[in-house]
Design a protein around this ligand. Structure first.
Ligand code: ZN
Length: 288
């Protein structure tokens, strides 16, 4: 028997109401050759699920605190975390686990494309490990760095921008551009590609804390993704603001169009996925 390379350890994080999704992710990640750390008590899942697991009893605040603590110890053991943001729902415990993982330098993957407010690192499932990029508003002081471990990359200032943004080194940028150097982009938002339907009563109950109003049903060809929820605001589209960047950032895009996963919108004052923007004066999405 050959020697197996040490498998990646992934810790699943998410609301315990998502019993089925935890089991499905455990299966998928295991079949991908990873060691999976999961939760063992689905306190938040529907009644029938708890009974299935002899967990029909409630949970005290002290027990909840203990379980949250235990889960952080699992994150300590893990090489990465996978956030099961089913329907893009992320509760308080999960949010604190994401922050904990980031603090300890663990990559964060998401099951579904996260809401902008959840993009704590600017990384997400579609663009793993991609940093966020801000717009340095004219005259505004900001820092650029080529060091991916710079803690300022994850520090958010009151303006919503980060303290620093990563760029490719001058040497790397000097190797040549594969796109024109473009210095401004417009927030046009995303549009559903497939038909929308209303939320079911079950979904309305499950996501009652969210702003979801419609569900986009993906065809078989998008498998394993089955669809996504949309909020009213998302359906209205982008805010139309044009955001300008400084030259080193523009050159980084021109050298490596997919370098950034999300970028700052001066109108929305937050980081959003690059796919929500087009280069000003064109139909070309940022990131392409
Ligand atoms: Zn905007």
């Amino acid at each position: 028997m050959g020697l197996m390379k040490k498998p990646t350890i992934v810790c699943l994080c998410g609301s315990t109401r998502f019993y089925h999704e935890f089991q499905a992710a455990n299966f998928r990640e295991t079949m991908a050759g990873k060691i999976v750390l999961s939760v063992g008590f689905f306190a938040g899942s529907p009644g029938e699920m708890k009974q299935e697991h002899g967990e029909g009893v409630g949970i005290s605040p002290a027990e909840k605190a203990l379980l949250d603590e235990l889960h952080k110890r699992k994150i300590d053991l893990a090489d990465e975390i996978l956030v099961l943001n089913v329907g893009r729902y992320i509760g308080d415990s999960t949010r604190s686990e994401i922050a904990y993982a980031i603090e300890h330098g663990k990559p964060v993957r998401y099951l579904e494309f996260p809401l902008a407010s959840e993009q704590l690192t600017g990384t997400d499932r579609s663009m793993p490990g991609k940093p966020s990029l801000n717009n340095p508003a004219s005259g505004k002081h900001y820092n650029l760095t080529t060091d991916r471990s710079d803690p300022r990359l994850h520090a958010v200032t009151p303006s919503g921008q980060n303290e620093a943004y990563i760029i490719l080194s001058e040497e790397e940028r000097a190797k040549g551009f594969v796109r024109p150097v473009r210095q401004s982009y417009m927030h046009v938002g995303l549009k559903p590609k497939y038909p929308l339907r209303d939320l079911t009563d079950v979904e309305k109950r499950r996501y009652d804390e969210s702003d979801f109003v419609k569900y986009e049903v993906y065809p078989e060809s998008e498998s394993p993704k089955v669809g996504r929820f949309w909020t009213e605001k998302e359906l209205r589209g982008g805010c139309g603001s044009v955001t300008k960047m400084s030259l080193p950032l523009s050159e980084t895009y021109a050298r490596d169009p997919k370098f950034y996963g999300s970028t700052f919108c001066i109108g929305c004052r937050t980081h959003l996925p690059v796919a929500e923007f087009v280069w000003d004066g064109t139909d070309e999405p940022v990131g392409s």
